[in-house]
Write a protein that binds this ligand. Structure first.
Ligand SMILES: Cc1cc2nc3c(=O)[nH]c(=O)nc-3n(C[C@H](O)[C@H](O)[C@H](O)COP(=O)(O)O)c2cc1C
Length: 195
């Protein structure tokens, strides 16, 4: 299984990175290939709804010459896409929102004169989030948004891992969170074999 991880945290040693670490270790221990892209290190302009991407159904076709093309190519080559992000104002962080918007148009050729294909149809999507509220009050809106995004894009939503950050005076990671992250990775591997 090839897993491509879009990492939306600005903090390289932050909570989302700490939760991702055992998840990635588990993937590696099962021989799964993965790559992480730190979105805050990339140049990703916001979508301006010009719809240039709708003219050619064989490619991304965005007018902007930035790092979104490379991300598009990596997604096309992966089996499973993981969106890892801290929750900011009940949704994802700004670079992740920017790439989600660029992809929902560039990948889904629904918005031109005729309705075309979803170029990434069938790929699996999983979420890894960290948030200050309990996950059911902190990460729920983003998860719902992504579930709808997946349905709209003919992607398979395969699940979410969300863990709570009790505050900067508390250590975020503990054995329970690590076990959850490892189990989430094993479940993804199991699903890959089943589907
Ligand atoms: C600007 C900002 C906005 C946030 N908004 C929310 C929020 O809406 N809901 C929530 O539960 N937590 C919120 N949080 C808390 C973070 O999601 C939480 O601390 C997270 O674990 C940070 O992850 P990181 O260390 O990877 O950056 C916010 C944090 C910041 C900095």
């Amino acid at each position: 299984m090839k897993v491509y991880i879009l990492m939306g945290s600005p903090r390289k040693s932050g909570n989302t990175a700490a939760l991702l670490k055992p998840f990635l270790e588990e993937l590696a221990s099962h021989g799964d290939e993965y790559q992480v892209v730190w979105l805050y290190d990339k140049k990703i302009a916001p979508c301006v709804a010009c719809r240039v991407c709708q003219a050619d159904w064989s490619q991304f076709g965005c007018q902007f010459d930035d790092d979104a093309q490379e991300i598009f190519d990596k997604i096309m080559a992966c089996d499973t896409l993981v969106l890892a992000t801290p929750i900011y104002s009940w949704y994802c962080t700004p670079p992740m929102k920017a790439i989600l918007d660029r992809l929902v148009y560039g990948m889904n050729k629904y918005y031109g004169d005729k309705i075309g294909p979803a170029l990434w149809a069938g790929k699996r999507v999983a979420l890894i989030t960290t948030c200050g509220y309990r996950p059911e009050k902190g990460a729920d809106l983003f998860q719902t948004g992504i579930e709808r995004y997946c349905k709209h894009s003919h992607l398979q939503f395969i699940g979410a891992l969300s863990e709570r950050h009790l505050g900067y005076q508390h250590t975020f990671m503990d054995d329970e969170k690590e076990a959850h992250a490892r189990a989430f990775a094993r479940n993804m591997i199991f699903l890959e074999k089943e589907l």
